[in-house]
Design a protein around this ligand. Structure first.
Ligand SMILES: NC(=O)c1ccc[n+]([C@@H]2O[C@H](COP(=O)([O-])OP(=O)(O)OC[C@H]3O[C@@H](n4cnc5c(N)ncnc54)[C@H](O)[C@@H]3O)[C@@H](O)[C@H]2O)c1
Length: 305
C-alpha cells in the first residue's frame, strides 16, 4: 500500500479507537460469560489466586487449581465449594519445573479437558538487595514468575489457537513496568512476564486468532502477606491495595477482554511521565513516590515459599 494511504489508515483507525475508548469509559463493555469455561489458576492456594478461584466458582466456571502448598489448596477448594463450585480439580504442581508442568498439564487435559482461561498467578519474592540475594532464590524467582508462563503457554495455548477461543491472564506487577530498589530479581522476572505476554498477544494478532484474548495485570502492593512490612509513602496517591478489590478488578478486566490493568490508576500517570521525562526527573519522582525505600521494612511471609 502507498505510504500516504497507509498513514491515512493509521490516523483514521487511531481516531476511531480513541473515540471507542472514550465511549467505553462512560458505557462499559458487557462482561463476558465465563460459566462452563475451564479456568486454570496457578498459585491458587493463597492470596489473589484463592480469591480469583472463588470468584470464578461463583460464576460457574470449572476450576483447575495448582499450587505447591497442599494445605492452602485444600482450603481454597473448601471455600470454592462454599461459593458454589461444582467442578473443582486441584493438583500439586510446582510450576517452576518444566517437566512437572508438562506432566500435570497432560493429566489435566485427560481428566478435565482443554483449559480455556489460563491465569498465571503463582509468584515469589526474594526482597533483598541483589548482592545479598542467594543465587538459588534469584533463579527460583525467574522460574516461578517468568519461565512457568512459558511452560504453561506451551502446554495450553495450542488448543486455544486450534479453537480460536481462550484467554491468557498474566498476573505480573507494577514492578514489571518500573525498577524498584531491592527488588532487582523480582522486577526482572515481572518485566519479562510483561514482555512475554505482550509478545504473545501480538503473535495471536498476526495469526488472526482474535478469539484468544490476553490480560496483563500490574498491581502495586497488595495486602496479601507477600510484601508484609513494606510501606507506602503517600497512601492516598499509592495505597496498599485490598486483595478483594484487586481480585474484583482482575475479574472485570478478564470479562471485558481488557489487555492491561494497572492498579491503582495513579500509576498510569506515573508510568506515562517516566517514559517522556528526562531520567533525572524520573528518579526525582520515583524518590518522591517512595520507590527508593518501599522495601526498607520488608519482612515478607514468616516462612519463605
Ligand atoms: N502481594 C503483592 O503486593 C503483589 C503485588 C503485585 C503483584 N503481585 C503478584 O500477584 C501474584 C499473587 O501474589 P499474592 O500476593 O497472592 O501472593 P501469595 O504468596 O499469597 O500467593 C502466591 C501463591 O503462589 C504459590 N506458589 C509459589 N511458588 C509456586 C510454585 N513454584 N508452583 C506453584 N505455586 C507456587 C504459593 O504457594 C502461593 O499459594 C504473584 O504473581 C505476585 O507476584 C503481588
Amino acid at each position: 500500500m502507498n505510504f500516504f494511504l497507509e498513514l491515512l489508515k493509521v490516523i483514521g483507525l487511531s481516531t476511531y479507537y480513541m473515540l471507542e475508548s472514550l465511549v467505553f469509559l462512560f458505557v462499559p463493555k458487557r462482561k463476558k460469560n465465563v460459566s462452563g469455561e475451564i479456568v486454570l489458576i496457578t498459585g491458587a492456594g493463597s492470596g489473589i489466586g484463592r480469591l480469583l478461584s472463588l470468584k470464578f466458582a461463583k460464576l460457574g466456571a470449572t476450576l483447575v487449581l495448582w499450587d505447591i502448598n497442599q494445605d492452602g489448596l485444600r482450603e481454597t477448594c473448601r471455600l470454592a465449594e462454599e461459593n458454589g463450585a461444582v467442578r473443582i480439580h486441584s493438583y500439586i504442581c510446582d510450576c517452576s519445573k518444566r517437566q512437572e508442568v508438562y506432566r500435570v498439564a497432560d493429566q489435566v487435559k485427560k481428566e478435565v479437558g482443554d483449559v480455556s482461561i489460563l491465569v498465571n498467578n503463582a509468584g515469589i519474592v526474594t526482597g533483598r538487595s541483589f548482592i545479598e540475594s542467594p543465587d538459588s532464590l534469584v533463579e527460583k524467582t525467574m522460574e516461578v514468575n517468568t519461565m512457568a508462563h512459558f511452560w504453561t503457554y506451551k502446554a495450553f495455548l495450542p488448543a486455544m489457537i486450534a479453537s480460536n477461543h481462550g484467554h491468557l491472564v498474566s498476573i505480573a506487577s507494577s514492578a514489571g513496568l518500573i525498577g524498584v530498589n531491592r527488588l532487582a530479581d523480582y522486577c526482572a522476572s515481572k518485566f519479562a512476564a510483561v514482555g512475554f505476554a505482550e509478545s504473545i498477544s501480538f503473535e495471536m494478532k498476526v495469526l488472526g486468532k482474535t478469539g484468544v484474548k490476553t490480560t496483563t495485570v500490574c498491581p502495586y502492593f497488595i495486602n496479601t502477606g507477600m510484601f508484609d512490612g513494606c510501606s507506602t509513602r503517600w497512601p492516598l496517591l499509592l495505597p496498599i491495595l485490598d486483595p478483594d478489590y484487586v481480585a474484583e478488578k482482575i475479574m472485570t478486566a478478564i470479562r471485558r477482554d481488557q489487555a492491561i490493568l494497572v492498579l491503582p490508576r495513579s500509576l498510569y500517570f506515573f508510568f506515562a511521565l517516566k517514559n517522556i521525562l528526562p531520567v533525572k526527573v524520573g528518579i526525582l519522582l520515583a524518590d518522591f513516590a517512595g520507590a527508593l525505600h518501599f522495601m526498607d521494612s520488608f519482612k515478607g511471609r514468616a516462612k519463605k515459599d
